[in-house]
Design a protein around this ligand. Structure first.
Ligand code: HEC
Length: 122
């Protein structure tokens, strides 16, 4: 009985993950499916795009060792949940001239989850 109670408590704890952790888990899947071909998540990892390690809080176009387009460097906005949300919804409309060849993630729920995941990359 005691063992049973411990297992049940463990299961309940697993089920009541904070909403943010659930979002981050869902966002990780979105990232793997839509972003990981071009973006790494480790510091300095270079693919076609810059590493997104520590992206939340840094200035646009400032990742070390990556050659950004003039459009992104000149823009220089600070990446926070709001600016990232706008950029990821429609990159080329938000920063005309960006070299990021990605049409945009139109699903707001998926963007929210993705942002929760990006915030864990630090
Ligand atoms: C086809 C490759 C490709 C895909 C797919 C892609 N990106 Fe990018 N991304 C790039 C490139 C290249 C840049 C640099 C753009 C520039 O210099 O104008 C970039 C830039 C960025 C930046 C700005 C980084 C900085 O340090 O300023 C963010 C944030 C970003 N991408 C997030 C994402 C996310 C999240 C996804 C998935 C939804 C994604 N990207 C999908 C290629 C891609």
């Amino acid at each position: 009985m005691r063992t049973f109670c411990m297992i049940a408590a463990g299961l309940l704890a697993g089920l009541s993950l904070p909403a943010e952790a659930q979002d981050a888990a869902a966002g990780r899947k979105v990232f793997t499916g839509s972003c990981a071909v071009c973006h790494g998540t480790k510091p300095g990892e270079k693919k076609m795009g810059p590493s997104l390690f520590g992206v939340v809080g840094r200035k646009a176009g400032s990742a070390e060792g990556f050659r950004f387009s003039p459009a992104l460097t000149k823009d220089g906005r600070k990446w926070n949940p709001k600016s990232l949300d706008a950029f990821l919804a429609n990159p080329r409309k938000e920063i005309p001239g960006t070299r990021m060849a990605y049409a945009g993630l139109r699903n707001a729920e998926q963007r929210k989850a993705l942002l929760a995941y990006l915030a864990t990359l630090k």
